[in-house]
Ligand binder design. Structure first.
Ligand code: FMN
Length: 352
């Protein structure tokens, strides 16, 4: 099974061959000391490399500029002292066969002014960010020029430290604050049309590529609504999600742009019907506002994997050497509830 598991097959990312398809995505463990990833930070990532992942995305939102003050003890990628520490971390993970990247960002308005060097936060509009409550200074030409150079310098530091690449964060931070007309009040060349609003990101990416050369991974992490027409008159696609379970056999996951409902129905002792329904706004037009392949992809893959697991379990259950044991009272309560409900339902079906 392991030999055929798609997750365990090597993956080619540009020139880089990853040993499988398992990575840890960026998340800041807040272990930096003075903004530097020292011993504890290194140990955290080396443990994952030893465990067998293919790629560890270090940091979460490592800061590229002084006016992107850290909000959760982020790595300060604008400091030159970061290089020897990142080198030690990268060397140690490479020794265990894992590739190493780092997520770099300028937080824009998504931070506070009264941390770090107490500098005003900047954004393409004065509009306040709800979570961190700063009123940003609107970026001026010289800010843009300086911040682009800061991105390039930070990328170059990571290349000097021997990392395999970098990823830029673009969901809620400065890059995509330029993208949205809700957070970009600038005039041309960085505000106005969509092309203008994207210009800052392309300038950053172009300059970084020029600085680091071709053999270094440069990526962007961003999210995109699966459907452009939002549900229920909502105005922001990035509201997160609401999941509610209707036990024992169904659950529902509602996001701003679509909802997914999922239920499992017993058909027989060895057959189960699994039904997933995707709901979008009634006025959304296929091919214009949403692409069904994109909307369904994640859940279809999840359902296929679940089906394979269930088949494997069923093969075990019907083998002559199978002996049922008790469910774990700590982790399998929901499984037990489901089975009980399943049996009752089957019984009801047989009775009438
Ligand atoms: C404490 C914490 C900090 C995180 N920081 C970042 C971050 O800085 N940048 C980022 O892109 N994602 C960040 N994430 C999101 C994770 O990369 C990931 O998408 C999230 O945990 C969901 O993945 P999961 O379903 O495997 O838990 C953070 C997550 C956690 C738990």
């Amino acid at each position: 099974m392991a030999a055929n598991d798609p997750l365990l097959q090597p993956y080619k990312l540009k020139h880089l061959t990853l040993r499988n398809r398992i990575m840890t995505t960026a998340h800041e463990p807040a272990y930096s000391e003075d903004g530097l990833p020292k011993e504890r930070y290194r140990a955290y990532h080396v443990a994952r490399a030893k465990g067998g992942i293919a790629l560890t995305m270090t940091a979460g939102s490592a800061s590229t500029s002084r006016d992107s003050p850290p909000v959760f003890n982020n790595v300060l990628a604008y400091k030159d002292e970061v290089v020897p520490w990142m080198r030690q971390l990268a060397d140690a993970c490479h020794e265990h066969g894992a590739a190493v990247m780092i997520q770099l960002t300028h937080l824009g308005r998504r931070t506070r002014w009264d941390t770090g060097d107490w500098m005003p936060v900047v954004s393409p509009s004065h509009r306040r960010e709800a979570a961190h409550r700063s009123f940003p200074k609107e970026v001026e030409d010289w800010d843009i020029e300086r911040i682009i150079k800061d991105f390039d310098d930070a990328a170059e530091r990571m290349k000097a430290a021997g990392l395999d690449g970098i990823e830029l964060e673009a969901y809620g931070h400065l890059l995509d604050q330029f993208w949205s007309p809700l957070t970009n009040d600038l005039d041309a060349p960085y505000g106005g049309s969509l092309d203008n609003r994207l210009r800052f990101s392309f300038d950053v990416l172009g300059e970084i590529r020029e600085r680091v050369g071709p053999n270094f991974i440069v990526g962007v992490r961003y999210t995109r609504a699966a459907c452009r027409v939002l549900l229920g008159g909502l105005r922001d696609a990035r509201l997160g999600g609401l999941t509610f379970w209707t036990q024992p056999n169904s659950w529902h996951h509602v996001m701003a742009d679509h909802a997914v409902t999922f239920c499992v129905l017993p058909l027989g002792p060895d057959r189960t019907l699994l039904r997933t329904t995707w709901l979008i706004h009634k006025d959304a037009v296929e091919g214009v506002d949403y692409d069904p392949a994109n909307l369904l992809a994640v859940w279809e893959a999840t359902n296929r994997q679940d089906a394979a697991l269930v088949e494997m379990t069923q093969a075990g259950v019907v083998s002559p050497s199978y002996e049922p044991g008790p469910y774990s009272p700590f982790t399998e309560g929901l499984v037990e509830d489901f089975c009980q409900w399943y049996v009752e339902r089957m019984g009801a079906g047989l009775r009438g």
